[in-house]
Design a protein around this ligand. Structure first.
Ligand SMILES: [Zn+2]
Length: 505
């Protein structure tokens, strides 16, 4: 335990009231704090100073005509159902300043986010490794990947440039809004809306993979299929959140985290932030109802954001059957209502702290990319040499033949950014992949912090990240091309993140 720990203890609202009444005691206590700081050995953390926070939202809606890429075939956007946003929160403990951004996109590649961070550092001085930017994984946003085959030497395209600039502007505006603040966190649970989407099934053609073989599990099997056996993995029902208020109790921001891929139910061609956007709207109505008649609230609007946890294998479809078919957009409203209600319920009993230590570390982890074998390359060439439209008992052969050849051209390794952020006794870790639920559960169980949550698709987007055990089972997420990095990647990432969390203690 570091020296001065008692002084670092967060001050509750009640304790703070008493603090002000007992002015003399306060002066005495600060004297003790100063004495403890002075006597603290080098390298020890001094008592935290006053927290400040600011938040802002940038509109990142693309022009119509840009390509929506959540599904197998990209379609041009023909309508905006609801605007897309980059929602930004800046926290500062007097010593460390960090920015957290949650952006409505299916997965923003690293080089776009690096450009947003470069601009931010240039304009505001926040170092690039104190900036966390995650995608929500809405499947109804337009692509931020640039040309289908991303080439790092090509300049950013129009939407990528716009997106990077808007994110940097959002962080800068959040900094403009900084004010003394207090922060609290909590955790609710909503098991009813998360389903593991990978299923063990009785043998049959439904287990065929594109490569001419059979898997042990199948992603998104047909609803109520008689061949269903059991799900291939767990779900994580937790809804973690942190809530930030001004000294006067005006809500500044709320960052929640739930491990659900997305909800969907969006017509073709529609741009929508999915249930992530609905949550932001609904929780604002509950938390910040009087916003319109209050000048402070108009000047610094409340910003709510819902980040994606570990949901690479988790969706909102109960394949055992029984879910009602709902009109477009109705299911996302339903799920968002339940997430909102659960967060709001737990919010009523959380404790706020006006000084918490903030600490953030970032590491680059080198991972080998998966290489197709010569035999697989030969298979891919054979498939692509066939005339188009040939039917086959193996699904999506052509797509995976193309992806196989593309994987052969990938660099032999990629460096992926990992981050760990400490906010008092709460820890947040980030992974730039679509992460399986069991990884999130493992990180939470083994973290040295009382509370930990995982933001996925953060600081980059490198595809699916199955665990080594899930690779054994096969299925869509493990297919070469859907998954791009070595089989041991998940294990290496967990090990590295746990080390980083220990470094934050
Ligand atoms: Zn997805």
């Amino acid at each position: 335990m570091p020296a001065g720990m008692t002084i670092q203890q967060p001050v509750t609202t009640m304790a703070r009231a008493r603090f002000f009444r007992l002015g003399a005691a306060a002066i005495l206590l600060s004297a003790v704090a100063v004495a403890l700081t002075a006597s603290a050995p080098p390298g020890r953390q001094p008592p935290s100073r006053r927290l400040s926070a600011g938040a802002a939202t940038s509109n990142i809606t693309p022009p119509l005509g840009e390509l929506i890429v959540g599904n197998w075939t990209p379609v041009p956007a023909t309508h905006v159902h609801d605007e897309l946003h980059a929602r930004c929160l800046v926290l500062d403990d007097g010593e460390t300043r960090v920015a957290i951004v949650v952006a409505d996109n299916v997965g923003i590649p690293r080089r776009v986010l690096d450009e947003a961070k470069r601009l931010t550092q240039k304009q505001t001085g926040i170092p690039v490794d104190r900036i966390l930017i995650a995608s929500t994984h809405t499947h109804s946003a337009t692509t931020a990947r640039g040309s289908e085959r991303e080439d790092a030497t090509e300049p950013l395209d129009r939407y990528q440039t716009f997106l990077a600039g808007r994110i940097a502007d959002g962080i800068r505006r959040a900094i403009n809004n900084l004010e003394p603040a207090r922060i609290g966190w909590g955790r609710g649970s909503l098991p009813e809306q998360v389903f593991n989407r990978r299923w063990f099934m009785k043998p049959g053609p439904h287990l065929n993979n594109p490569f001419g073989g059979a898997d042990k599990v199948r992603m998104n099997p047909p609803v109520a299929s008689p061949d269903l056996l059991k799900p291939a993995g767990p779900t994580d029902p937790a809804i973690a959140f942190l809530s930030v208020q001004s000294d006067a109790g005006r809500p500044i921001a709320l960052l929640a985290n739930y491990s659900l891929h997305y909800v969907g139910g969006v017509p073709n061609g529609h741009v929508s932030a999915d249930y992530f956007g609905v949550f932001a709207r609904k929780i604002a109505q509950l938390v910040d109802g009087g916003a319109d008649d209050d000048r402070d609230r108009r000047a610094r609007p409340f910003v709510a954001m819902l980040s994606n946890g570990t949901s690479g294998d988790v969706n909102n479809i109960d394949v055992r059957g029984g879910q009602k078919r709902l009109p477009d957009y109705a299911r996302m409203e339903l799920v968002a209502n339940q997430v909102t209600a659960e967060v709001f319920r737990v919010m009523q009993s959380i404790e706020y702290h006006d000084s918490v230590p903030l600490k953030m570390v970032q590491r680059e982890l080198a991972l080998e990319t998966r290489r197709p074998t010569p035999k697989l390359i030969e298979w891919a060439r054979g498939i692509l040499a066939r005339p188009e439209g040939v039917t086959s008992e193996f699904p999506r052969e052509r797509i995976y033949a193309e992806r196989t050849l593309r994987m052969a051209d990938m660099p032999a390794r990629v460096e992926v950014p990992l981050q760990a952020l400490r906010i008092g006794d709460l820890a947040v870790v980030t992974i730039p992949f679509e992460v399986f639920a069991e990884m999130g559960l493992e990180l939470k169980a083994r973290s040295p912090f009382q509370r930990t949550f995982v933001m996925s698709l953060a600081n980059g987007a490198y595809g699916y990240l199955p665990t080594a055990a899930q690779h054994e089972l096969g299925g869509y997420e493990t297919w070469l091309g859907t998954n791009q990095v070595e089989i041991e990647a998940a294990t290496k990432i967990v090990t590295t993140l746990l080390q980083m969390l220990r470094d934050l203690r």
